[in-house]
Design a protein around this ligand. Structure first.
Ligand SMILES: NC(=O)C1=CN([C@@H]2O[C@H](COP(=O)(O)OP(=O)(O)OC[C@H]3O[C@@H](n4cnc5c(N)ncnc54)[C@H](O)[C@@H]3O)[C@@H](O)[C@H]2O)C=CC1
Ligand SMILES: O=C(CO)COP(=O)(O)O
Length: 296
């Protein structure tokens, strides 16, 4: 078998590191990097298995410009909803790749900890159980892998928790206390469940690794880029300056807009994501706290 990671950012490199414990794993990116088993895009695309670790917002253009379906089996490792279209990643990929060849990775997994070989548990989600199990078998023992067929549930959780992590960072940046953060995370879980149910997600996904697991992780740690974006916004820093200093993707910034658009279109009640979208457009976070407390 042959496998390659596409995208050599933080997550792509961590996944290559993890998969290389069991299999020879190649990696490619738009700029050549001096990484072991770095290959050209052509060589990567010729592999039987591909792991996509590109930011959600660039996936559609990337597929349009570079992808050719040769029967490859795909694991999508990005977490986000496309801004503008409100498209989920499974919808974007489905235009290029048959559903039975697609799977999606979810669960609590900071790249920096995976890079150190620290233990975690993740989920491989696919309508094709055999494919999910195949990908699961490639992961090293320090990453315990579960499988699920709730693709949309895993996708909603992975994307929504990034927006809630921004909210949590704001909460801590404003020094609102532990009670406030726990309330926010708990209400956030209810909110993302409501949103996910609308699109057909399964209840139990929200209680497991993809939902509560990844939400608790990301919304309670300064290791999260999304959390840090929120923290610095609360300190009064400008979004552009925060993102420039971050130098890495914070998907929640784009996903909050996508959720705002989808919730407005479908009439889904998502007050926390709504306030985050407004804060990212310049609303004072303290006003948002007042509005959320007063909201009934
Ligand atoms: N870092 C982490 O701990 C985790 C990240 N993820 C998700 O994985 C995805 C990627 O995140 P990271 O690797 O951490 O981000 P990153 O910011 O470290 O790297 C993103 C990579 O994408 C490349 N890239 C950006 N635009 C591109 C384009 N138009 N064409 C080709 N390549 C392009 C960049 O050069 C960079 O190498 C995101 O959706 C993120 O939410 C998921 C789980 C964990
Ligand atoms: O998805 C992640 C961990 O599971 C990474 O979160 P951040 O992108 O906020 O760092």
């Amino acid at each position: 078998m042959s496998i390659a990671v596409i995208g050599a950012g933080k997550w792509g490199q961590a996944l290559q590191f993890a998969l290389s414990k069991n299999v020879t794993c190649k990696i490619t990116s738009r700029q050549r990097k001096s990484l072991e088993n770095f290959v050209s895009l052509e060589e990567a695309l010729a592999c039987e298995y591909l792991v996509f670790a590109l930011p959600a917002q660039v996936v559609r253009t990337w597929l349009d410009e570079h992808f050719q379906f040769l029967g490859q089996k795909i694991l999508v490792a990005a977490k986000g909803i496309e801004k503008g279209s409100g498209a989920f990643l499974n919808e974007i990929f489905a235009a290029y790749i048959p559903e039975e060849n697609l799977s999606f990775l979810s669960g609590p997994s900071f790249a920096s900890e995976v890079m150190q070989g620290l233990p975690t548990a993740v989920v491989i989600n696919s309508s094709n159980e055999g494919l999910a199990k195949e990908f699961a078998s490639f992961f090293p023992s320090f990453m315990k892998t579960y499988t699920s067929n709730d693709v949309i549930g895993a996708e909603v959780c992975g994307a929504y928790k990034n927006v809630l992590a921004i909210a949590s960072g704001i909460c801590d940046g404003l020094k609102l206390g532990n009670n406030a953060r726990a309330s926010l995370i708990a209400r956030g879980l209810v909110e993302m469940h409501r949103f996910g149910k609308y699109f057909g997600a399964t209840d139990e996904t929200f209680l497991g690794l993809s939902g509560a697991g990844d939400l608790f992780l990301t919304a309670s740690s300064t290791l999260s880029r999304n959390y840090r974006v929120g923290f610095f916004l609360a300190e009064g820093k400008k979004l552009d300056a925060i993102l420039e200093a971050l130098g890495e993707v914070a998907e929640g910034v784009f996903t909050s807009e996508a959720i705002f658009e989808l919730s407005s279109k479908h009439g889904i009640y998502t007050p926390i994501a709504h306030e985050i979208a407004l804060i990212l457009k310049g609303k004072n976070p303290k006003e948002s706290v007042k509005d959320l407390l007063a909201d009934s």
